[in-house]
Design a protein around this ligand. Structure first.
Ligand code: GLU
Ligand code: ZN
Length: 556
């Protein structure tokens, strides 16, 4: 068979050659160990938190090794495409400080020397390489229709044979030139299949950067590499794109592990160097006592939009994701509490083979820590940015009281043990709302976290009423606190802890209880930062107003 002639018959218009492409996309000049990798989303617009995770890892590999991180758009499946899908994905990733060295920008323009970076615009490359394979006798046209493959499949299932296009089921593998020509003249459409030279008994061994040594059954199937519409399925686009973009590490989901053998056969047939893989297991979460993968359908936290709406700061999410990416992150963070997160080097050997375990309470902890290290201005800016989107009322209060709000966020901040009260901006209002007149609106006893079991409301009211008569805006915390103790003594509370502990039954309570009563009367809350600082910030009139309101509600 004259394969060149066959190739020209199938692809009369294709003049681009493998040599042309090898020259157009030369090997990259890289320093030793530099990793060239890519993120290759379909433009569905949906950005899974697992994708952000994988991108953070891939970006870290590329940047730390002096390599390249590429964005490639895999849009050959037109059904999954949505308008603005690419833009949404890029914007989502940019928020997490993931920027690509090459790829497509938000306006759909290419940048980089190994483009174009959108698969639907690379058809000439796929056709050229399919033609090349036909011309060297490694691929052939298949005219079988859906009906034939359904029928074969039914036979294979019934006789418990392997499902696929191989052996006697590979009907078109040995067509003569004349038969092919006749089919084409009759207007029959064809796909291109790779001639498989292996079988299912053969095993291959692959070193995966994350999974380690994988032993897999070889591919036995004459797989389609170009569909009837001349668009490539994933396998062929993967080989052509990753080779000509000179990628040297494919980081992708582990659902592709069963196809590795097929992919490497395609690389081999094309005369490409085999590529290295790092297969990432999907993120897991606990459900009861078992782990399962985070599902786009079931779990709101699968979608990055969730983190935006809840108001998780970007730094908190990034810190958390690196935390679950590498088991040694926590140790690193302990040793370098103030280091920039970008200084951490992610390694494949410290990644989980079975999938990073994602857990919201842990994210909250990490995020609280991250926020506790922000200065008050940053808390203000980020919280306002969130509120402008998701809580307009709170946003306008923050804007109208900017200096005051920054003072509020400054309480106990910048100290060696800063407060860790919020994990995300949607908690700010409930954590700090009582500082703002506009938001502090108790109307009934339930709005006050008094310990009603220990102290009845008559006593509470008496204490509050008395405090109204003696309260003054003090400049010294110790003087202010001394007055609280005195107030307690008047109502039978101990002003000395040791004395109280020796004979608790002789007292109504101790001075801590009194402070707590005053705290609740002024803020509604049992837990707040330093009450003296709160009173100072609120100012004399507001404190008195609040005490009077508490007294009134206590008398109902
Ligand atoms: N478009 C593929 C996906 O979204 C990319 C897989 C890969 O990275 O090769 O699953
Ligand atoms: Zn066929």
């Amino acid at each position: 068979m004259d394969y060149k002639k066959l190739a020209d018959l199938l692809f009369p218009d294709v003049t681009l050659t493998k040599e042309d492409l090898e020259a157009r996309y030369p090997k990259r000049e890289l320093k030793d160990g530099a990793i060239v990798t890519r993120f290759a989303p379909s433009p569905t617009g949906f950005l899974h938190i697992g994708s952000v995770f994988t991108c953070l890892v891939a970006d870290n590999f590329a940047k730390k090794s002096g390599g390249v991180f590429i964005l490639r758009i895999e849009d050959t499946d037109q059904n999954r495409k949505i308008e603005n899908g690419v833009k949404l994905i890029i914007q989502g990733l940019n928020r997490y400080h993931i920027n690509f060295d090459e790829g497509v920008d938000v306006d759909g323009n290419d940048y980089g020397n190994y483009g174009v970076y959108t698969q639907s615009q690379r058809k000439d490359i796929y056709k050229a390489m399919a033609k090349y394979l036909v011309s060297i006798g490694k691929a052939y046209p298949c005219f079988c229709d859906e009906e034939t493959s359904q029928r074969d499949k039914a036979i294979q299932e019934a006789s418990k044979e392997l499902i696929g296009y191989y052996g006697s089921y590979a009907h078109c593998r040995n067509l003569t030139y004349e038969e092919v020509e006749e089919n084409i003249k009759a207007g029959k459409k064809f796909a291109i299949r790779l001639k498989c030279e292996s079988n299912a008994d053969h095993k291959i061994v692959v070193e995966d950067a994350i999974r380690g040594t994988l032993k897999l059954s070889d591919n036995f199937n004459d797989v389609v590499i170009l569909k009837r519409d001349f668009l490539p399925p994933y396998n062929f686009a993967h080989a052509c794109d990753d080779h000509f973009m000179r990628v040297n590490l494919v980081i992708r989901g582990d659902e592709y592990i069963p196809s590795i053998a097929e992919h490497l056969q395609i690389f081999n047939a094309l005369g490409f160097e085999p590529i290295k893989y790092a297969h990432v297991a999907p993120m897991q979460k606990m459900e009861g006592n078992s782990k399962r993968k985070i599902s786009k359908r079931k779990d709101p936290e699968a979608n990055v939009a969730f983190y935006l709406e809840e108001g998780y700061p970007v730094d908190g999410v990034r810190e958390y994701l690196l935390n679950v990416a590498n088991s040694n992150f926590e140790e690193w963070r302990k040793a370098n509490p103030d280091a920039n997160i970008d200084d951490f080097v992610v390694t494949t050997d410290k990644m989980s083979k079975s999938g990073a375990l994602f857990d919201l309470p842990k994210l909250n902890d990490v995020s609280k820590n991250v926020i506790s290290k922000f200065d008050a201005q940053k808390v203000y800016d980020l919280c306002l940015e969130w509120a402008e989107q998701y809580d307009k009322e709170f946003a306008s209060i923050l804007k109208e009281n900017k200096d005051y709000a920054i003072k509020v966020f400054s309480i106990e901040r910048g100290t060696p043990k800063p407060r860790k009260d919020i994990a995300k901006w949607n908690e700010t209002k409930s954590a700090f709302g009582y500082f703002f007149k506009e938001l502090y609106k108790p109307t009934c006893l339930d709005d006050y976290a008094f310990n009603y079991e220990k102290f009845n409301k008559e006593l509470l009211k008496k204490i509050v009423d008395k405090y109204i008569t003696i309260y003054q805006q003090e400049t010294e915390n110790s003087i202010w606190f001394g007055k609280i103790k005195e107030l307690g003594v008047e109502f039978g509370f101990a002003d000395d802890m040791k004395v109280y502990k020796a004979n608790p039954e002789q007292f109504v309570g101790h001075y801590g209880d009194v402070a707590s009563i005053i705290r609740v009367a002024i803020t509604g809350k049992a837990n707040t930062p330093d009450l003296f600082q709160i009173c100072t910030l609120l100012g004399y009139e507001e404190v008195i107003k609040r005490l009077k309101l508490a007294s009134e509600i206590l008398s109902n």
